[in-house]
Design a binder for this molecule. Structure first.
Ligand code: SAM
Ligand code: DTB
Ligand code: SF4
Length: 343
């Protein structure tokens, strides 16, 4: 992928919204089945008590958010939750821990057991456990971790206003270790933390220039939690959320662009527009890690209304026949392109 300049990202970002959505929809249809949405479910396997100071996070020990701390769950509890998610149609299970970095020892060994168990169910396994070393990344790969989520969160310039206990370069190093181990990188950010448009542009620019580009890009809208320094932030304007999604789709055409935190406050019609603008993945189930998310039933109805359906697990690994037409799609005509349908 040719590097993109920050000026190019800025020009894209500032385009009239509907032009941007139209172009993003074309990029989406040229690279994905536009009817398909990846359904992922999160579980917090170790909750709260985190030593970091991420200003948005209800799990940071230093903020009084009223959260009940929980030690690392037992493998059996996790496998039960994964089975429930699978039964509800989810194909990726993501385990999150409120750790600064992965601690070597019993805890990590137990997480690797969880990974093996979830993988055996046929689900894609994702982990988000904080910073990881190359050796830990290799062990996760061996156990069957498919993707690792580690977000840049915001621009390099805005980062220091949000987190002081680890650096932007620490994050880039973990991403490198993950991708070197052959694990798929899931990396995105949060909007609505008081950042400028320029900060969003810089974040999107940084994500698009990761090498390789992330396989999935979670776009979170801040969930302001009482007790955190960002508790009083104004809610993100859904049109700005859609703009960010559209730019992510155009810059990272092959990635899964995920509607992540914040959907509870975003009207259904705006979520529909986000799918048009190229989003093709959501978190399902009534809880994210510690905060609320639309329940399975709400999302099922939403997808039905829009004519969307779930994406099978491990689809990226299945070699698809080159059935694309002039538009470059591999959707066998699902894009609506006459040349693809005829091919
Ligand atoms: N402790 C690990 C870490 O920081 O990498 C893993 C879990 S952490 C909660 C994963 C991501 O959740 C963060 O990087 C952030 O992007 C997102 N997140 C956390 N709290 C949020 C909030 N209140 N609103 C939106 N996104 C949030
Ligand atoms: C991501 O980017 N968003 C998810 C997932 N990766 C781990 C987490 C959102 C957490 C929102 C706050 C909470 O529920 O604690
Ligand atoms: Fe800890 Fe992760 Fe929350 Fe930061 S985002 S405080 S590292 S759990």
């Amino acid at each position: 992928m040719k590097p993109v300049s920050i000026a190019e990202v800025s020009t894209l970002y500032h385009r009239p919204l509907l032009d941007l959505v139209f172009e993003a929809a074309q990029a989406h249809r040229a690279n994905h089945d536009p009817r398909e949405v990846q359904l992922c479910t999160l579980l917090s396997i170790k909750t709260g008590g985190c030593p970091e100071d991420c200003a948005y996070c209800p799990q940071a020990a230093r903020y009084d958010t009223g959260l009940n701390k929980e030690l690392l769950l037992q493998t059996e509890q996790v496998l039960q939750a994964a089975q429930k998610a699978k039964t509800a149609g989810s194909t990726r299970f993501c385990m999150g821990a409120a750790w600064r970095e992965i601690p070597d020892g019993k805890g990590f060994n137990r997480v690797l057991d969880m990974v093996r168990g979830v993988k055996a169910m046929g689900m894609e396994v994702c982990c988000t456990l904080g910073m990881a070393t190359p050796d830990q990344a290799a062990r996760m790969k061996d156990a069957g971790v498919y993707a690792y989520n580690h977000n840049l969160d915001t621009s390099r310039e805005h980062y220091d206003d949000i987190i002081s206990t680890r650096t932007y370069d620490d994050r880039l190093q973990t991403l490198q270790a993950i991708s070197d181990a052959g694990i798929s990188v899931c990396c995105g950010g949060i909007i609505g933390m008081g950042e400028s448009h320029q900060d969003r542009i810089a974040l999107l620019w940084q994500l698009a220039n990761l090498n390789p580009q992330p396989e999935s890009v979670p776009i979170n809208a801040l969930v302001p939690v009482a007790g955190t320094p960002l508790a009083e932030q104004e809610k993100v304007d859904p049109m700005e959320w859609i703009r960010t999604i559209a730019v992510a789709r155009i810059l990272m055409p092959r990635a899964m662009v995920r509607l992540s935190a914040g959907r509870m406050d975003i009207p259904e019609s705006a979520q529909a527009m986000a799918f048009l603008a190229g989003a093709n993945s959501i978190f399902t189930g009534d809880k994210l890690l510690t905060t609320a998310n639309p329940d399975f039933d709400f999302d099922k109805k939403l997808l039905d209304k829009l004519g969307l359906h779930g994406r099978p697990s491990y689809k990226a690994d299945i070699t698809e026949p080159a059935i694309g037409g002039a538009c470059g799609t591999k959707t066998g005509g699902a894009c609506g392109c006459a040349s693809a349908a005829a091919a």
